[in-house]
Design a protein around this ligand. Structure first.
Ligand code: ZN
Length: 415
């Protein structure tokens, strides 16, 4: 199971590029290993990217609700379709979502959805690493059952190195305050990620205040929702004091620039978040609101939005944004990912530096962040296994697309 990758340029933790041999022993990078030698001359090896907020199965909803606001998008288009989804649909939708991620260089994901076994199966069939956080809501009166399922799933995957469970209380507007508190209490028994949507749209703050009588962040802090295992999705409308609190608590903020912009929700306060020391990562959100699952494009669009807003081209430097797409996630995930060092998981992508988007080679990090063409990704390795080399090595890509198209037509016919 050992591999020796020779002659490629390797993007190091300090962002230098060195031509050196990378040794892989089982699923990790090692100081030395004897094994199959591969010559990767003309290639660049970089860590795989991490997508900290997604709903992979929603590839089944790509393009179905364009040019509408979040409420209409969610209540008129998404929720009625979600009611009809079968476990088989979730499997095939997730499979396509994960295929797209891997093809675009994503090797780790944090997913929030339901039918967690089907999502985990899809991830394992592709060979992608991730957190499957059970989506939790109690608007249908079935909150308790869902929480039990989440715990069951977590226990089942306790020793799984590729897929682990997590908690996904959907949002303050889909979970009652008692239920949210219960989830947080239960989550404290496990050292695993807990993730929720927070202040994604402009009216969430006032709606919550009107119904509950206190500020959303104040409520969440009172129940201990902000800890080192917490990934806040969006946080588009967090204010300065709230960001300071989140930084103090050590939580992570998943910045989803494309989804926020596309749904007209605003620009997340990432300039401030970074200033006050919040750990920021990147997320695509789903194919229904993005519409692609590509962290390279978030690495470009994320800083551009901040710079356009503040008229400042110095916000989010190359190194900072690259860490948001890779190593910052390590602080909140139970996986050693994000840098190519000895002892870390061998999750990496091999890029053709002869691709037009990668020349001249003078500032490779700028090429990666601002000029990247995902067609330059030649191979993807996760946990020491090649899963993609222009085609999928783990699944029959053509057959998956056929099954997906059939599931999509059947779903629409059932509405
Ligand atoms: Zn989301």
């Amino acid at each position: 199971m050992s591999k020796v990758l020779k002659n490629a340029l390797v993007l190091e933790k300090d962002f230098s590029l060195k031509k050196h041999t990378l040794y892989i022993e089982n699923d990790r990078i090692a100081d030395f290993a004897m094994g199959e030698v591969e010559d990767l001359d003309g290639m660049l090896i970089m860590p795989g990217l991490v997508n900290t907020h997604t709903h992979a199965a929603m590839t089944l909803f790509r393009g179905i609700a364009e040019d509408v606001d979040l409420n209409e998008w969610l209540f008129k288009y998404i929720f009625p379709r979600e009611d009809k989804l079968t476990e088989k649909d979730i499997y095939i939708g997730s499979l396509v979502g994960f295929m797209e991620m891997v093809k675009n260089g994503i090797t780790t994901f944090v997913d929030m959805y339901f039918y967690e076994d089907a999502i985990a199966q899809a991830a394992k069939d592709i060979g992608i690493r991730g957190i499957v956080a059970r989506g939790l809501a109690d608007t249908d009166g079935k909150g308790e059952k869902k929480l039990l399922l989440a715990e069951e799933f977590i226990k089942k995957h306790k020793d799984d190195l590729l897929v682990k469970g997590g908690f996904g209380p959907h949002a303050l507007y889909t979970c009652s305050t008692d239920y949210f508190k219960e989830i947080i209490d239960v989550s404290k028994n496990y050292d695993l990620p807990i993730t929720f949507h927070l202040l994604e749209s402009p009216d969430e703050r006032d709606n919550f205040k009107r119904e509950v009588g206190i500020e959303p962040v104040e409520f969440l802090d009172s129940i201990g929702a902000f800890g080192k295992n917490t990934i806040i999705a969006h946080g588009t409308h967090l204010n300065d004091d709230e960001l300071r609190l989140i930084s103090k608590r050590g939580s992570t903020l998943s910045y989803n620039p494309t989804s926020n912009a596309k749904l007209g929700n605003g620009i997340a306060p990432i300039k401030k978040a970074v200033e006050v020391g919040v750990n920021v990562t990147l997320g695509t959100d789903s194919a229904a609101s993005n519409n692609s699952l590509d962290i390279f494009s978030e690495m470009k669009f994320g800083p551009l939005l901040q710079r356009a807003k503040f008229h400042d081209p110095k916000i989010l430097k190359l190194e900072e944004i690259f860490k948001m797409g890779t190593s910052n996630a390590r602080k909140v995930l139970p996986f050693d990912v994000g840098t190519l060092e000895s002892g870390m998981l061998a999750d990496l992508i091999v890029v053709d530096i002869g691709n037009v988007s990668m020349v001249p080679k003078e500032n490779m990090l700028a090429n990666i962040v601002y000029a990247f063409d995902t067609a330059s990704i030649k191979r993807v390795m996760i946990g020491g296994k090649w899963v993609y080399d222009g085609e999928f090595l783990t699944v029959d890509g053509k057959k998956v697309i056929e099954d997906f198209e059939k599931a999509y037509s059947d779903l629409n016919a059932s509405l």
